[in-house]
Design a binder for this molecule. Structure first.
Ligand SMILES: Cc1cc2nc3c(=O)[nH]c(=O)nc-3n(C[C@H](O)[C@H](O)[C@H](O)COP(=O)(O)OP(=O)(O)OC[C@H]3O[C@@H](n4cnc5c(N)ncnc54)[C@H](O)[C@@H]3O)c2cc1C
Length: 462
């Protein structure tokens, strides 16, 4: 195919997600010539339509919850706290807007050529870009990074396409706070929205095909999460398959017909059943880049694709679908592009599910540890046993750790409770440093903090 002579760069980044933007800024500051093409989200998915806006809203929900129980902590408040949709939207948009503006400035300051437009490969290491202003450019990189992310995927259900359902992106427009919200999917995105909207006062009905919410977690942890959601008023239907979706005329109620013929009706339906890699219309064939059976860009453990000098990172490359995994992909690519040799092998990727209170995880579940052949010892405590939790009146949840009974090695942990997302980092550091559980058990930790609960947790193993 004939195309105009490409503009050459040391590094060309296609899609400005966490890995790509970090590498582009880093290499531009190091003096490389860098171009980064971003279709429509300055700063990527995380800050525009994922982690940051959702966590801003989770904090609003938590504030509401704290105010509701203020009386039990000696604070008198007149009247019931209420959500102002407009102010809520403003809060979310100001957080997001501030970060988007900061990113735009950081891109300029780094010295990269930042282009808003849609990229498509037309030859090896070469993309054609249709920029927002209609101009067309052809760019070639000595090295190229594909970091185009993932997007909400709708299941193939009769009626779903015509039912104006919400995805994790469109729900964030906050057009309305529905009285009843149906949620299809009890993975971490479905559970986060379920907890958030329930605390906002919406009646949430969550339908989950598998037998438990958060199917990757141990049964006892998932059961505790289910209890927390139910306690917040969420109507949970696990092990339940949906046969079809129907929206009444004039944006009337939406109805799910289940496989047993029964129905569930709500004002809106959030579909949170998974995310698909963004590779369509990217022209990967022209680049010589292969994809896996599931459509992700096929990479080795150095994040190299099947094409010479073409790398892929983040969600599109099948990395664990978290911003911090993508950020670590950046470090791996930077090392490999600058003469070192690092890989994704063996890395620990923790995560936090921001229901209220949150679930934080690192390493293996008990089920995984047993399947891997470990002789397992399990430590468990109720969060109510931790002194700090008593002072805050946030005693819901449980902590669990899985250790190798012979060596004392910490294999994994699931912390469900207030502040768990912070405390899990301490467990992770112990795992990275190879500390046996006894060292954490015997460490002198500040009192009264949630972190101190680690002493209590590992004390249960003797
Ligand atoms: C509701 C929700 C909540 C989440 N919460 C968390 C959380 O709390 N913590 C966490 O760690 N993770 C969370 N995640 C996951 C996290 O957002 C993703 O794992 C992360 O954003 C992936 O980043 P990435 O580097 O793969 O690329 P992305 O940030 O997805 O960026 C890809 C970019 O490529 C652009 N692009 C696509 N095609 C083209 C093209 N042809 N040309 C030019 N540009 C293109 C896109 O516009 C996009 O900006 C959440 C996800 C969702 C949906």
């Amino acid at each position: 195919m004939a195309y105009e002579e490409p503009e050459d760069f040391d590094l060309l980044v296609v899609g400005g997600g966490k890995a790509g933007k970090s590498l582009a800024m880093d290499r531009a500051k190091a003096g490389w010539s860098v171009a980064m093409v971003e279709r429509d989200k300055v700063g990527g998915t995380c800050i525009n339509v994922a982690c940051i806006p959702t966590k801003a809203l989770v904090e609003s929900a938590r504030a509401l919850e704290t105010i509701r129980r203020a009386a039990s902590m000696g604070i008198d408040l007149d009247g019931e706290p209420a959500v102002s949709l407009e102010a809520l939207r403003h809060h979310k948009e100001s957080v997001v807007g501030g970060m988007v503006d900061a990113h735009r400035q950081m891109f300029i300051d780094s010295g990269m050529d930042f282009i808003m437009g849609t990229a498509r490969f037309i030859a090896p290491r070469t993309v054609q870009i249709t920029a927002d202003d209609g101009t067309v450019r052809v760019l070639r990189g000595r090295d190229v990074v594909i970091n185009t992310g993932a997007t909400p995927a709708l299941p193939d259900l009769p009626g779903i396409a015509e039912s104006h359902v919400w995805t994790s992106e469109t729900i964030l427009r906050l057009d309305r706070l529905p009285q009843t919200l149906l949620i299809l999917g009890g993975g971490y995105i479905g559970c986060e929205f379920a907890s958030m909207f329930a605390l906002f006062g919406t009646k949430v009905v969550l339908v989950q095909g598998p037998a438990q919410v958060l199917p990757r977690e141990d049964h006892d942890i998932a059961a505790e999460v289910a209890e927390i959601l139910t306690g917040q008023g969420v109507d949970l239907h696990t092990g339940t398959r949906v046969a079809s979706v129907r929206r009444a005329p004039n944006h009337g109620p939406v109805t799910l017909t289940l496989e047993d013929g029964s129905t569930l009706t709500g004002d809106e339906l959030l579909v949170a059943t998974g995310r698909a890699p963004v590779t369509a219309q990217l022209g990967l064939e022209a680049a010589g880049v292969q994809v896996t059976d599931r459509g992700f860009v096929d990479v080795d453990d150095h994040l190299r694709t099947s094409a010479e000098h073409v790398w892929a990172a983040g969600d599109v490359a099948g990395s664990p679908q978290f911003t911090h995994a993508s950020w670590n992909d950046f470090r791996i690519m930077r090392a490999n592009l600058t003469g070192a040799d690092t890989s994704t092998s063996g890395r620990l990727v923790p995560y936090t599910v921001f229901i209220t209170p949150e679930l934080a995880r690192v390493g293996m579940t008990e089920t995984e540890a047993r399947a891997a052949g470990h002789q397992v010892a399990v430590a468990k405590i109720a969060v109510s046993a931790i002194p700090r939790a008593k002072t805050t009146h946030e005693q819901t949840g449980m902590w669990k750790a899985v250790v190798d009974a012979e060596s004392g090695e910490i294999l994994g942990a699931a912390l469900l409770g207030r502040g768990a997302g912070e405390v899990i980092s301490a467990v992770q550091m112990a795992m990275i440093g190879g500390l046996p559980y006894q060292s954490v058990r015997d460490a002198v930790l500040t009192h009264p903090t949630m972190g101190e609960g680690l002493n209590l947790l590992f004390d249960t193993l003797g």
